[in-house]
Design a protein around this ligand. Structure first.
Ligand SMILES: [Fe+2]
Ligand SMILES: [Fe+2]
Length: 253
């Protein structure tokens, strides 16, 4: 399948008013489970802060754009994307809580993490879940998820800077990016990378390691973020801040 074929098969969605009441408990239960993973130990240091993160996560589920994305990702074939979205939302909120940001910022980073891969539901599932490294053609199709994510949200009425930053800009090195990437886009890129590295799922660049050992341990993932920062793929200031939270946590635990 080429990118051109894929363009033809993409369908725009226009359903905005959705309810995820039935799914909400499941989403919260998964979020609670995830918060017990070691990666959150390095971002959120106390039980009180963990509760705060989960509280904000619950709050973002009332955001119409988050609801819209959750509603579409609730289908079994998008399960891996939904779980990743929950993970990245929790990482975004955790980063904001660790930095003692205000409530609006905590909610914003959580929302950004939740909606960032909205476009992946337009990418064939066999590419999303491929257990081997993607070839060049598959990767060119995969890259479309970023612009498609925003096309879809804008078509559904979520046409704003937050939606652009979180979907279209969360892979700052993708070829569709021509101008400057917003601060929010750069932040979501870091949350996304940390999530992708620490989740048990195929991650093409480090595929060999995944096969042998599973996903990266939190501290190893921080090292990869630093490597990517040095190569100019991730924002230096944000990565340094992210890593410093992890380093401080060593003195607390
Ligand atoms: Fe992505
Ligand atoms: Fe992602």
């Amino acid at each position: 399948m080429s990118s051109k074929d894929y363009e033809i098969s993409k369908q725009k969605s226009s359903r905005i008013f959705v309810t995820i009441d039935q799914e909400k408990e499941q989403l919260l239960a998964y979020a609670k489970k995830l918060m017990r993973e070691p990666k959150f130990e390095i971002l959120v240091w106390t039980e009180e802060a963990k509760k705060k993160v989960l509280h904000y996560f619950e709050r973002i589920l009332d955001d119409p754009c988050v609801k819209y994305v959750a509603w579409h990702l609730r289908k079994p074939k998008h399960k891996s994307v939904l779980y990743h979205s929950i993970d990245v939302a929790l990482i975004g909120i955790s980063y904001a809580v660790a930095n003692k940001h205000d409530e609006a910022t905590c909610l914003l980073y959580g929302k950004g993490g939740f909606i960032h891969d909205n476009g992946k539901r337009f990418i064939p599932v066999d590419i999303i879940n491929k257990p081997e490294k993607l070839n060049d053609e598959e990767f060119s199709v995969m890259r479309l998820h970023a612009p498609f994510g925003y096309d879809d949200l804008s078509g559904a009425g979520f046409e704003d800077d937050v939606a652009i930053a979180c979907t279209s800009e969360h892979h700052p090195t993708y070829p569709h990016i021509s101008g400057d990437v917003s601060e929010l886009g750069k932040l979501v890129a870091v949350f996304d990378s940390f999530g992708a590295l620490t989740e048990y799922r195929p991650y093409p660049r480090y595929f060999k390691k995944l096969i042998v050992e599973g996903s990266f341990k939190p501290n190893e993932a921080l090292e990869v973020l630093v490597e990517d920062m040095k190569e100019g793929k991730l924002d230096a200031k944000i990565v340094q801040r992210f890593v410093s939270i992890g380093e401080i946590s060593r003195y607390i635990h």
